[in-house]
Design a protein around this ligand. Structure first.
Ligand code: ZN
Length: 275
């Protein structure tokens, strides 16, 4: 079985989280985030996607922060017609944040174009607008934590609570190709004991299946600083068929905690209260 994982963002940078997973039967994306930061990084938002959006079967969205979700409207605008799988809370947050992101981009580009007009420079088109964001929301499909669902041929998804932003999830992805082999790709934060325990349990569960199916278990995490090491470890794991479990906290965890400090209770709450 051939599995290809390509990092399109948040590798060598902190924002623009997006990676593409391909098998012989399907192609999916995990996250589709906006590049934020320097002018050079922001310009990456205007380039064409380095893949054909129309050929992507599904998108897995781990949480609603813009550096993970902010290019979903652009993806739909560029031809993606599949489903965006997210928790219900993430879908709710995205219904607020993505149209807002579109409106911000429209107003920023309008301001830029007024300057461009004065200087005789060509007008710039926004990456997407609020209407594009509204259209993208129609692609969202809410998934429960813990539910195992097929999202593309031979690819199943299960969300675990990541304890980050409201609705955030670690994505466990099971891949089957021709019924011969099974591999499991996890996105996790190892500093969270509960999640660690769940992953360990998950790994034990698949332990028997691993022998039977001859597959592998892979664990990858997203976050700043050590991405290169993560990529190298993933590369080693996929080539040597050995286990790898890596991870670190997303960079936006602190800001999320302050944003939702007014929220109490469980992740079943739908609407955050900004503090
Ligand atoms: Zn985040």
């Amino acid at each position: 079985m051939s599995i290809r994982v390509t990092f399109h963002g948040a590798a060598g940078a902190v924002t623009g989280s997006c990676f593409r997973l391909e098998t012989s039967r399907a192609r999916i994306l995990v996250d589709c985030g906006l590049f934020q930061g320097s002018k050079t990084e922001k310009e990456l938002n205007y380039r064409d996607f380095p893949f054909e959006p129309a050929r992507i079967d599904a998108l897995v969205l781990t949480h609603a922060h813009i550096d993970h979700s902010g290019l979903v409207p652009k993806l739909v605008k560029a031809g993606f017609s599949g489903r965006v799988h997210a928790t219900e809370e993430t879908a709710d947050l995205a219904s607020i944040m993505l149209p807002d992101s579109g409106a911000i981009q429209e107003s920023e580009v309008a301001r830029l174009n007024r300057r461009n007009a004065q200087r005789g420079r060509p007008a710039v088109t926004p990456i997407y607008g609020a209407d594009d964001a509204a259209r993208a929301l129609a692609h969202f499909t809410a998934q429960d934590y813990g539910a195992l669902v097929e999202i593309a041929p031979g690819i199943r998804l299960r969300f675990w609570n990541a304890g980050h932003l409201l609705g955030s999830a670690s994505a466990e992805i099971l891949i089957e190709d021709g019924g011969e082999r099974l591999r499991r790709l996890g996105l996790a934060d190892p500093r969270r004991a509960l999640e660690q325990e769940r992953l360990a349990q998950s790994e034990r569960e698949i332990g028997g299946g691993r022998e039977a199916l001859g597959g592998d278990v892979l664990g990858v995490a997203q976050g700043p600083g050590q991405r290169l090491r993560t990529v190298h470890a993933l590369d080693r794991a996929t080539h040597r068929h050995q286990r790898a479990r890596l991870g670190f906290a997303p960079p936006c965890a602190r800001s999320a905690r302050s944003t939702f400090s007014g929220v109490t209770g469980s992740s079943s709450m739908r609407t955050p209260t900004a503090s």
